[in-house]
Write a protein that binds this ligand. Structure first.
Ligand code: NAD
Length: 470
């Protein structure tokens, strides 16, 4: 009998979707509940077994599993649920933005097509250089993009033939566990080995440490602040560190100022400034600064001029001007202004103020829609200041200018992984700009915008003797 594979798949999918509690118990036989395990050791061991089985699967299978992850996230009900839950649980960002970010991660993260083979042929035979899996990867994910990072890491790491153990931020536990379960169910329907994507029921620093120190974890990928990046880089294992940024945006006298104003407000306010790539401070040439402020106000910036209010904001949203207060990270401009007694409408998206270079709002990565503007006499000084306030993170920077020479100068001096010219920051991750997306941007370790090949080893396979057809 010839049974159509897709018909079987859709029947299995339907049956699974109708099961609830029994489905969970059934999977307990393998020690975990749809990829969620009680201990880190169990999670890692299950992923090791899964990866061994995965080695025997074809590239066609890998593509099918990657598609299953994309599909389960893009299912409207799931997409809406994880987007809403991420906002509710972390109390950061906005639902509409999370929808966009999750959809982006599911659609524009590269799959197996990223793994290109190099071939060398000649009198001595054929040599292939291919991307091969590391094995089991330990991935640490942030509160700011909890689900987006799990989606894009799962796609990239599985495309490269690995299994992955996630260590989510404890503040994003519920939504992260929910997503891991969803992915496991989708992978089961697609016929993947069980437990290619796993985590623990109680994410914690202790569990993250247990994962990092586990001998069977072959590679670590940390998406987060400087602390965790430093920790994985000191682990003695192959590690990718996607760390903090403090992206400056420079506007010079040749810029299309009206467009720059809109781009800056849009980029800075995206998901209430949570993305590590989002505009965090403006450095504007004095001759266009007033016109820029005027136009930013037209697009949803609220300018605070009273020094007393600015000081009040500093003591409210920073810990002594040194780091952000978590309760304000990812909050809306409207909410933050309300806390200092200013009531505004929903159209206000960014809190704008003039500041000097040494101001905490310029120096600290706030991750909230507070945007200081520093005036400088000319573009060369703007570029130099941008380099200083980026603090050598080499993460992201923007510049609005029509002067190719100065655009090139800034690109060379700032050395950021992402440099967006004449657009909002998110153009750098494939929204309104060319290119694929990622939510793990590895400046410190140099992989840049990570994709499947970042999670793979280069291996050479040599066949001796003529195999060329020339
Ligand atoms: P965070 O550093 O507080 O946490 C990140 C992850 O590391 C979490 O899972 C957390 O539980 C874990 N962690 C932190 N310290 C740890 C320790 N000492 N031991 C073990 N585990 C530890 O960061 P966050 O607040 O969740 O995210 C915001 C930061 O991440 C910002 O600095 C932002 O720029 C950065 N970020 C960078 C990228 C990128 O691609 N480069 C992407 C998103 C966020």
């Amino acid at each position: 009998m010839n049974i159509d594979e897709t018909v079987v798949e859709s029947i299995v999918k339907k049956v699974l979707s109708q099961l609830d509690a029994p489905q969970t118990q059934e999977c307990c036989a393998c020690g975990g509940e749809w990829g969620v395990f009680k201990s880190m050791d169990e999670a890692v061991n299950a992923a090791v077994l899964a990866q061994q089985e995965y080695l025997g699967r074809s590239m066609h299978d890998r593509a099918k599993y990657v598609q299953a992850i994309r599909d389960v996230v893009l299912d409207q009900e799931n997409l809406e649920y994880i987007s809403r839950k991420a906002v509710e649980e972390t109390d950061m960002g906005g639902y509409e933005y999370k929808l966009i970010k999750n959809r982006l991660a599911a659609t524009k993260t590269p799959g197996i097509e990223d793994l290109t083979t190099d071939a060398m042929t000649g009198d001595d035979g054929l040599t292939l250089v291919e991307y091969s899996p590391f094995g089991v990867i330990g991935a640490i994910t942030p509160t700011t993009n909890p689900t987006e990072t799990i989606i894009c890491n799962s796609i990239g790491m599985l495309a490269a033939g690995n299994a992955v153990v996630f260590s989510p931020h404890p503040r994003a536990k519920e939504v992260s566990l929910h997503l891991v379960r969803l992915i496991n169910k989708a992978l089961a329907v697609a016929g993947a080995p069980a437990n290619l994507v796993v985590t623990v029921s109680e994410p914690s620093i202790a569990n993250t440490n247990a994962m990092m120190n586990h001998p069977k974890i072959r590679m670590l990928v940390a998406t987060g602040g400087p602390g965790i990046v430093k920790t994985v880089l000191s682990s003695g294992k192959k590690a990718i560190g996607a760390g903090a940024g403090n992206p400056p945006v420079v506007v010079d006298e040749t810029a299309d100022v009206e467009k720059a104003a809109k781009d800056i407000v849009d980029g800075c306010s995206f998901d209430n400034n949570l993305p590590c790539i989002a505009e965090k401070e403006i450095i504007a040439v004095d001759s266009v600064a007033d016109y820029l402020i005027f136009n930013m106000k037209k697009h949803g910036a609220y300018e605070v001029k009273d020094p007393a209010v600015i000081n009040k904001l500093v003591s409210l949203v920073t810990k002594e001007g040194k780091s952000p207060v978590t309760d304000f990270v990812g909050k809306s401009a409207k909410y933050i202004l309300e806390q200092v007694g200013i009531s505004v409408g929903d159209d206000v998206k960014v809190i704008l103020m003039e500041a000097t270079e040494d101001h905490p709002f310029v120096q600290v990565e706030l991750m909230m829609p507070i945007l200081p503007l520093v005036r400088v006499p000319d573009v060369d000084q703007a570029i130099e200041m941008a380099v200083r306030v980026e603090h050598g993170n080499r993460h992201t920077a923007m510049m609005h200018s029509r002067n190719v020479e100065k655009l090139t100068k800034m690109a060379k001096l700032i050395q950021t992984t992402i440099f967006v010219k004449n657009g909002p920051s998110y153009a750098g991750i494939g929204v309104g700009g060319e290119g694929y997306t990622t939510f793990t941007i590895a400046g410190p370790t140099g992989e840049g915008l990570t994709s499947a090949k970042s999670f793979a080893r280069r291996r050479r396979c040599v066949l001796v003797g003529g195999m060329d057809v020339r």
